[in-house]
Design a protein around this ligand. Sequence first.
Ligand SMILES: Nc1ncnc2c1ncn2[C@@H]1O[C@H](COP(=O)(O)OP(=O)(O)OP(=O)(O)O)[C@@H](O)[C@H]1O
Length: 452
Amino acid sequence: MILVTVISESGDQLWEETVTTVALKDVTKVFPGGARAVDNVNLDVTDGEFMVLLGPSGCGKSTVLRMVAGLEEPTSGAVLLDGELANDLPPGERRVAMVFQDFALYPHMTVAENIAFPLRLAGIEPNPRDERVADVASALGIGDVLGRRPSQLSGGQRQRVAMGRAIVRRPGLFLMDEPLSNLDSGLRAELRAEISALTRQLGVTTIYVTHDQAEALTMADRVAIMRRGVLQDVGTPTQVYGRPATLYVAAFLGSPRMNLLEASVYVHLDRYVQLKLGEQSLYLPWSDIRSRTVAHYHGERIVVGMRAEALTPVAPDAPGEVLRGRIRYLEHHGHESLAYLDIGATAIVVDEMAGPVATGLPGERGLRRFGQVVQRLAGRSVGTATVPTAGDGGRGSVLSDPGRHHRRPAELAVRLAPYPAVAGGHPLAVSVRMDAVHFFDERGDRIDVGWR
Ligand SMILES: Nc1ncnc2c1ncn2[C@@H]1O[C@H](COP(=O)(O)OP(=O)(O)OP(=O)(O)O)[C@@H](O)[C@H]1O
């Protein structure tokens, strides 16, 4: 760890600054009783980076944070701070500050005393201590409440005091576990902007845990998305939103949620690849070399993902890739309305999102490799190829595991102008921007066709 000692004008040692990077190498945590809270996680956090750990309740984010803080020991794997193994380093020697959702302020101390507490513990003299407390309080906009006790503060002010107490010693690493979840939504938005600005201004490496995707996407330099202890995807907000690595990430991020439809793939050699969604189809032209990637899945079911922004209402006879349906219901959001369209297709519903439980797929699926398809089609005239299916021996896959996903009639979310002059039952056609379509295989992994 690189330590930089900062000396105040009066010559007293005030605090030490550190350059802090964090690396998790194959980190697993199994709790006594067998709960595998964290499963083989690899993650690098660079110096000064704001990394957000995002996922639903119970996915293991807090456990990752606690292992970085030294409050939990990994069952296996390594936690590295500034490149040095820290598994056995006590929390007090990690130069880490933590902020929790419940603030944990000392009720009998004033705001100034709460913020000053870590400096007192470190033996800093009263003068530089008060100076530093005043600086931090004014940076956080709580300079005028320094004499009050926590019970005399609003929730937002209390959280600012907790932040102040954490940053007052300039930690090398800032760990925050849902720090805003007890606040109302207006205050949350305000404070998340403040936290972002403050951590960037200080240049302190931060790991921030939340289940709130709006927080994650607005605050993070990079987001790490977890599900059931497993890291699903890591990237900038633009990357994880624009190119989700897995079906789970695609389903988790975005509002409205991405439309995820089950599609059967049929190759029409030299013409197009047909994606059959119920009774309707989308077509990828054969002339585009990228359609060949999807052609590998001939005879199989895949998942086609379309965000509402990839769908534009059009006239029913519009050219191009068009899906037609009837509006099932409308949802008004002031600046826009969402139409949920029944297109006679099947939606794939991921994990915790409510809906009927699926029946599994039959234990059969199409041949996997396009090469095999080509062999079988060689010499035949072009047409829809029905390729014999091969038994998969009951091998688990995302699409056939009812515990992970289920199906229900698709309700395609489409954006409309606010308060459109249509109602439920109204027919609607939407054109699909094919270059904004995502594809996922039966395991839930992204099929990368090279678009975007
Ligand atoms: N001390 C413990 N003993 C046993 N199991 C634990 C312990 N701490 C956490 N777990 C389990 O490990 C899993 C991950 O918990 P963790 O708190 O890391 O999740 P989380 O994503 O932070 O969720 P939340 O947002 O609800 O805090 C959960 O199934 C939880 O029940």
